[in-house]
Write a protein that binds this ligand. Structure first.
Ligand SMILES: NC(=O)c1ccc[n+]([C@@H]2O[C@H](COP(=O)([O-])OP(=O)(O)OC[C@H]3O[C@@H](n4cnc5c(N)ncnc54)[C@H](O)[C@@H]3O)[C@@H](O)[C@H]2O)c1
Length: 386
C-alpha cells in the first residue's frame, strides 16, 4: 500500500522539493542531493561535479529492472558513455568473487583510471561498487545512488566500503568517499513494507543518539507504512531523509576514519545486533531488525550503567514497536552464540568491550563498563516481551 501511494507520486502529484546536505571533508568534500524524482537528474547532477570519463554503472539484478534505464538515460543525455554491470541481488553476493567478476567485466569494457563508477541500489550495491572504485586502477571516483531507506539514510554517506568474507561481514574494505550522492525518495516506492521498516531502524538510531524530537515523527510515519504515505508525507520525505543524512554527516565530519571515538556512536545497537545477526539462521532477520533488538539491549544497559531514564528508554522502545520492528529474540537463539559473536565484533578492541550507551536521549557515551554478565542479562531481557 505504501508502495502504491509512493508509486502514484512518481512523476506526478508531489512537489519537486529538494534538500541538500554537504559533507565538509577537505578535498574529499561532497554533496548529498535528496529530491523526489532526482533519478532523472543524475546526469545533470554528475556533470556539475565536473566528473568526466566513461561510466561503469553497477547495480543488482533486482534494481536493474526497476531503475537502471532511467539512470543510464539521464547519464547519456548529459553526454556520458555508460556500460552497465549487473550482479545477482542479495547480501550473499557481497564478496570478493563478485568483485573479481565485475572488475573483469569493467576491464573488458575498456574502463581505465579515467572512468568512474556509479552505484545504483541498496547498501549491498553501494558497499561493493564503492569498494571496487577504491581499488580499480588503485582508485577511481564513484557516485552513490541509494535506493533503499537503509542506503539513503545511512550506508551511502560516510565513505565506508566493504565486502564480506567467510570470517565475517565487512572485514575487507576501504574508506573511499563518493563524489556525489543522489537520493530519490520516490524510488522507495518499490520496496516491501518490511524493508522500509528495517531501514527506519537506522532512523530511530539517529534520533536516539542525536535528535530525540524525530522519534515522534517516525511514529507518525509508522502509521502510514501499511496504509500508504499521504502526499503531504511524500513531500516531506526529502527533508526527513536529509535530516538523517545530516546527523550522520556531522558525525563523519568529526571522525572520518573512526579513530576519535565519535563515529562509533553510529554503532548504537550494533554490537549486540551483530552478535544476534550472526547467531540466527542466515537471512532470517534483516540488518535493521537485529539493530532494533540490539538497541533494546543497549537501552537496558544504558539504564544500568549511565542513568538513562525509564521514560527515555520507553520512548525509543515505543517507536520501534510502532514500526513493528522486533524486540524479542526468535526461538532457538543461543545466548553463548550471541555473546561469542558479539565479542568478535569490530567494536571490541584488545578484548575490551567498547559499548555505545546513552546517558540521555541525544547523549551517547562510549562505555568500558559493560561486562560479559551484562551482555548475558541483556540477551535474557530480549527473551521477554515488550
Ligand atoms: N557502508 C556503510 O556505512 C553501511 C552502513 C549500514 C549498512 N551497510 C551495508 O548495507 C547492506 C544492507 O543494505 P540494504 O538494506 O540496502 O540491503 P540490499 O542492498 O540488499 O537491498 C535489500 C533488497 O532490496 C532490493 N532493492 C534495493 N532497492 C530497491 C528498490 N528501490 N525497490 C525494490 N527493491 C529494492 C535489493 O535488490 C535487495 O534485494 C549490508 O551489506 C550492510 O553491511 C553499510
Amino acid at each position: 500500500m505504501a508502495q502504491n501511494a509512493l508509486a502514484c507520486a512518481q512523476g506526478r502529484g508531489y512537489t519537486r522539493r529538494m534538500a541538500n546536505v554537504s559533507l565538509a571533508l577537505g578535498s574529499q568534500s561532497y554533496n548529498v542531493h535528496v529530491a523526489n524524482g532526482s533519478l532523472d537528474s543524475v546526469g545533470f547532477l554528475v556533470s556539475r561535479t565536473r566528473l568526466t570519463g566513461r561510466v561503469a554503472l553497477i547495480t543488482d539484478s533486482h534494481v536493474c529492472g526497476l531503475y537502471a534505464d532511467r539512470v543510464q538515460r539521464s547519464l547519456e543525455d548529459a553526454g556520458y558513455e555508460v556500460t552497465l554491470h549487473v550482479f545477482e541481488e542479495g547480501e550473499a553476493q557481497k564478496h570478493l568473487r563478485t568483485v573479481e567478476t565485475l572488475v573483469n567485466e569493467m576491464v573488458a569494457a575498456g574502463h581505465d583510471r579515467s572512468s568512474f563508477v556509479v552505484a545504483l541500489g541498496g547498501g549491498v550495491v553501494g558497499d561493493m561498487a564503492g569498494f571496487i572504485a577504491s581499488v580499480y586502477y588503485r582508485g577511481i571516483p564513484f557516485v552513490q545512488i541509494p535506493t533503499t531507506v537503509m542506503a539513503q539514510v545511512d550506508s551511502s554517506v560516510g565513505g565506508k566500503t566493504a565486502v564480506d568474507i567467510a570470517a565475517g561481514k565487512n572485514l575487507i574494505g576501504a574508506f573511499h568517499q563518493p563524489r556525489l550522492v543522489v537520493a530519490d525518495p520516490t524510488s522507495l516506492s518499490t520496496l516491501s513494507p518490511r524493508v522500509i521498516r528495517e531501514g527506519m531502524a537506522e532512523m530511530v538510531k539517529h534520533a536516539a543518539i542525536r535528535k530525540p524530537a524525530m522519534l515522534g515523527e517516525l511514529r507518525a510515519l509508522a502509521d502510514e507504512i501499511d496504509l500508504g504515505f499521504t502526499l503531504a508525507t511524500i513531500n516531506r520525505l526529502p527533508q526527513i531523509i536529509a535530516d538523517n543524512i545530516a546527523i550522520k554527516a556531522r558525525v563523519v565530519e568529526a571522525d572520518e576514519r573512526e579513530t576519535k571515538g565519535v563515529r562509533a556512536y553510529l554503532n548504537f545497537g550494533h554490537t549486540l545486533g551483530h552478535g544476534i545477526e550472526a547467531s540466527v539462521p542466515y537471512g532470517s532477520l534483516l540488518h535493521g531488525e537485529v539493530v532494533s533488538l540490539g538497541m533494546r539491549g543497549a537501552l537496558y544497559l544504558s539504564r544500568k550503567h549511565c542513568g538513562l531514564s525509564a521514560a527515555a528508554e520507553r520512548e525509543v522502545l515505543d517507536t520501534l514497536k510502532a514500526l513493528e520492528l522486533p524486540l524479542t529474540l526468535p526461538e532457538g537463539v543461543q545466548t553463548a552464540d550471541v555473546l561469542a559473536r558479539a565479542q568478535s565484533d569490530k567494536k571490541f578492541r584488545n578484548g575490551q568491550i567498547r559499548f555505545v550507551l546513552l546517558s540521555d536521549l541525544g547523549n551517547p557515551v562510549l562505555s568500558d563498563a559493560v561486562t560479559q554478565e551484562d551482555l548475558r542479562e541483556a540477551t535474557a531481557l530480549l527473551r521477554t516481551g515488550y
